[in-house]
Design a protein around this ligand. Sequence first.
Ligand code: ZN
Length: 319
Amino acid sequence: MLKISTIIIILSFILVTNTLAWDLGKEGRFQFEQVNDNVYVMHGPREEPNPDNYGFMNNPGIIVAEHGLIVIDPGSAYPVGLEVLKEIEKISTKPVLAVFNTHVHGDHWLANQAIKEKYPQARIYGHPAMIEQANGDTGLYWVDMMERLTDGKTKGTRVVAAETAVTNSQTIEVDGQIFKIHSLIPAHTNTDIMIEHVNSKTLFTGDNSFNQRMGRFDETASMMGNIKALEYALGLDIKTYVPGHGQSGSSDTAVKPFLNYLKRVQQVVEAGFEEELQDFEIKDRIIAQFEDYSSWAGFDINFGKHINSMYLEVEKAAW
Ligand SMILES: [Zn+2]
């Protein structure tokens, strides 16, 4: 039986650990957790950007190397980056050597600013199209949108884009850690890279995969391309998948549910298209079949849009 003093020590440890985590009020407490050897992820809220979360909703990752750290997608804004850095330092106080940005959506990379401010030598990697878009109107659009959706909480955030371009099949070594780039675009966007940490068999899928959450497909996206990218990802020798949003895990939990969802959307839209139904008619007819997905964050706002986007792709493929 445990002694009272032991119980008190355990309880106070739990209390201290929780108190130290980044507290975002009703959004929850956030800290890095180990998902694989030398790999840590802070799983963000599955919400949309709002004043309570400062736009933080993604999954910043870190890889601990011998002399420093490699960061994947540090987050949505300058103040978020400062908090992510505080949480990083609880895992390791080694300097950040490099950053990878998975794609151009601002919730993943606007926190680059905080990293670069503290570690000016850190090299930031991204797809060439991502670098171009982030330095252009798209970057400014995201800065502005984050500020609006958070009621100004992200004020002071500015574009600090990746400067080092990486392309499909490229291998990069940072401090003894090997990263392989997989870029099958268009998928979630036309700027996506998936980052394989070869040493630990971890794949950072970016927003090509979500867990228990829906996301939007912008005008550069291809839902069918997203299906191909995820099928490809399943063929890699990977132990841990880190989705863009939602919990990390095996392919069964972190990839296949979203992939199956996309495939079912394609299937019902193709069937409806054959019958010459319009997208809204397809949605009304099949929504009950998607009951299993209705608990996923963002289902209500995104489902109709997904049917519409897939309809446009099926229509285009039929030409
Ligand atoms: Zn995205």
